[in-house]
Each structure stands twice: as C-alpha cells, then as structure tokens.
Design a protein around this ligand. Structure first.
Ligand code: 9WN
Length: 417
C-alpha cells in the first residue's frame, strides 16, 4: 500500500530521529555509521521543519570538529564502529574528535541561511558565523588555485566515483596499497558501489595524506590527485553569497565572503569545456577535461550562473530520463543508471538545484524537479539514490538526507525551498 504524503512526513521525521546518535545524525544505519559533513547540513535543514533547536545542534556538532585551519572534515568518528572502512586508524589524523583528513562540499552557509529563514533563531546563526567564514577561508587558501575550486580526493567532492574524476584517478599509483577489507559491499549490492580499482586509488590518496601528516601545502601542490570540481565551484559561489547575506543580517562586514564569491566566479572560464559546451571537471595536473557533462554542471543553477549553451545540454540530459537530474549524461559511454554517481539521481542534489531555481524565479522547472523527486520517494522510499530511468531505489535505505529534503523541500507540505 502506498503511503500518504502525511504518513511520509511522519516517517521522514522518524528516520531523522532514529538516525540521531545524540547531537549528530548518521546518514544511514550500517553503511555509514558516523557523522558526515554535508549529510549533516541537510539533516539540520530537515530537523528545522519540526525541531529548530535540534537543527542548530546538528550544525554545532559538525563545527565542533572543525580543525584549527578552518577545515571541517568529511567524516567525524564520534564513536567507534568497525562497520565502515576506512576508519579513524587508517586516516591517522590524530584529531579529537577523530576525523578524516579531507573535507566535503561546503553547503553549510546555504542551508544555515534557509534554516534561519524557517526558525528565525538569529543567535544560533551568529554563533556559527565565524566558523562558516573560517571554513570558506580554508577552501580559498587550501583548495582554490587562482579561484578554481579543486578537490584532492574524489570523496571530497561528495560525488565519489562520478566520471568527472576519471582523468585524475587514472594517474593515481596504487602499487603500495596492499590488502584491505572493504565494508560497504557487505551492506549494499556491490554492483551499485565503486569497483576495487577505484577503492585502491581512494586508499592510495588517503595513504599519501597520512604519510605527509595531512600537510595541506604538500597535498595541494604535490599530492597524487587534484581536480577542479564544477559542483564545488558553484556551491562556493552560492555559499559565499549566502554568507555575505548572513553577515549583513548580523551587522558584520560582508565584503570578504563577497570577494571570495567574485574571485571564484571570475575563474569559471578555466573550467569551461569548449568541446562539451559545459562547465566541467578538469585535471589540474594535466589540464585534461572530464569526458561528460555531470550533475556538477547542473549546480550552476544553484549559483545562478546563466549560460545558454550549457542550459541546452542540461535540458537534453534531463529530457533523456524520467527522473532528473542524472549524475552523469545518459548519452555518455560512462553512463550507468545504478552505479554510484555514474548515472543515478540524487534527491539531495536536486534540492540544491531547486534552491537556485527558486532564487531565480524559475518556478516551472523547480516544480518539475520537485514533482519528479517526490515521485521517486513516494514509489521507492527514503533511499540514498535512484535509477533515473525506471526509478529503482538504490544504495542505503532510511537515509537521513533523503528524509530531510523530503521534509524541507519535496513534500507538498514543505513550503518554499
Ligand atoms: C565516502 C555519506 C556519504 C556522502 C557522499 C557519498 C558517500 C562515502 C562512501 O556517502 O560517500 O565519503 O563511502 O561512499 O558519495 O556524498 O556524503 O552519505
């Protein structure tokens, strides 16, 4: 029996509270037993629809793991759990709380602003402001090359094994990786997850960071992997603009976040792929572009970047599937509708795109995206991601960020994004 939207709302709230481990939520039981960076920001947005205090606490807990450098790690290992690999001993960052040594898409300022609009809790926002500013400065200082936002590991992009990273991954030396035991394929079907070769490379990059004491200068200038990420480029443009708006609201000086947004926007020509007519991931070591347009380009809509040629491409990519926006172009050789980030649709990425569409007043496209996302969830449940062609639910079940974006955006009861 299909659930009513009201019943789905109640179930989504139950997922958030069920995945709450005391001040932070895990993405899903089993597969991801720790706090993940951008998952938590979305969880907070979901909580803001029924528990404002808990929403802010989620962000506070996330930023409590911020490094002195301003970096907010991609995983925070609050409690031990051997159900996930690689765990804290493999990362070897030596921080308290234990954490990974890379970051994840900086969506916190975007979502904190939306949470504040919903809850009006200015003092909680004020407390977070310096932390978010430090986080953005860290991106500027340690991940931007002349304004081009880069990732030093595919995991840092949050879109792990998207074909965007294939050029950089091809050059990662895996000869010293040795044996290890994966845990992810014990929780979900291996055909949906990255392959062994990908995992070897993920680990080789982690080992490099650990061997160099997570020295960011070394990792940026000499590390095994450095690729421009169009999604993070666009997220940083929007996040810095939102941070500037937050600064104004708080009576702080908005000029620094504004300047960061402008610098990153001015660098967009560096990631323009003439052949594909799209903004594209690019290997900063070789200059090579990724071979297909991905959902990274679609996040241009979040940043309000207008480009007619790219919009035409994105429109075609969307029209080729039943449920947009696919993480990879369905016309590309690398398209795989159920394999992690190589084709499936992620509701959470749709929610970010919708935030941009709403800001731009593009209500028809926003409504289409919301309708398609809601259908996926109504038919398949609160899964991690979905096959964009037939809607098959994939990955982890009772997934925090899918429940969160249902409550905050996709549910007909959600109100405006
Ligand atoms: C590695 C938790 C995370 C998300 C990422 C998603 C996936 C991890 C993995 O799960 O990444 O960080 O093991 O595959 O790709 O976006 O934050 O949900």
């Amino acid at each position: 029996m299909t659930m009513t939207d009201d019943a789905l709302d109640a179930d989504a709230r139950a997922i958030l509270t069920g995945n709450d481990k005391g001040g932070y939520t895990i993405p899903t039981e089993g597969l991801y037993p720790f706090q993940w960076n951008w998952d938590s920001a979305f969880a907070a947005w979901g909580f803001s629809t029924f528990d404002a205090d808990r929403a802010w606490t989620e962000l506070d807990t996330l930023f409590s793991a911020q490094w002195d450098t301003g970096m907010v790690p991609h995983i925070i290992f609050h409690k031990e759990d051997d159900g996930y690999f690689p765990g804290p001993d493999v990362w070897g960052t030596g921080t308290t709380p234990a954490s990974s040594g890379i970051s994840q898409p900086p969506v916190t300022a975007i979502l904190a602003r939306l949470i504040h609009e919903r809850t009006g809790d200015t003092e909680r926002l004020r407390a977070l402001y310096p932390h978010m500013l430090a986080f953005h400065r860290w991106w500027r200082d340690w991940r931007c090359v002349n304004g081009v936002a880069c990732v030093t590991h595919p995991w840092e992009s949050g879109r792990d094994n998207c074909p965007d990273w294939d050029p950089g991954m091809a050059n990662v030396d895996t000869s010293g990786v040795g044996d290890y035991q994966r845990r992810d394929t014990g929780h979900v079907d291996a055909s949906m997850r990255p392959g062994k070769e990908d995992y070897d490379r993920y680990l080789a990059i982690v080992y490099y960071g650990r061997e160099h004491g997570w020295d960011q200068a070394k990792i940026l200038h000499e590390g095994p992997f450095l690729m421009a990420d169009p999604a993070i480029q666009f997220i940083l443009i929007r996040a810095n603009r939102d941070l500037a708006a937050i600064a104004e609201l708080l009576g702080e000086d908005p000029s620094e976040p504004r300047a960061m947004a402008d610098e990153i926007e001015a660098a967009l020509p560096e990631i323009w792929n003439e052949e594909l007519q799209a903004y594209c991931a690019r290997d900063m070591k070789t200059g090579e572009f990724a071979k297909a347009i991905s959902s990274g380009a679609a996040l241009g809509l979040l940043a309000g970047v207008e480009n007619a040629a790219m919009e035409q491409k994105l429109g075609a990519m969307w029209d080729r599937v039943t449920y947009g926006i696919p993480s990879n172009d369905p016309a590309a050789d690398s398209f795989d509708p159920r394999r992690y980030w190589r084709g499936p649709t992620w509701p959470v990425v749709n929610a970010l795109i919708a935030v941009g569409l709403s800001s731009a007043g593009r209500t028809t496209e926003e409504a289409r995206l919301r309708r398609e996302t809601a259908e996926l969830i109504r038919n398949g449940g609160f899964f991690e991601y979905f096959d964009p062609i037939d809607g098959t639910a994939c990955g982890g079940d009772r997934f925090t960020w899918t429940a969160a974006i249902w409550l905050a955006w996709a549910s007909p009861n959600a109100g405006e994004a």
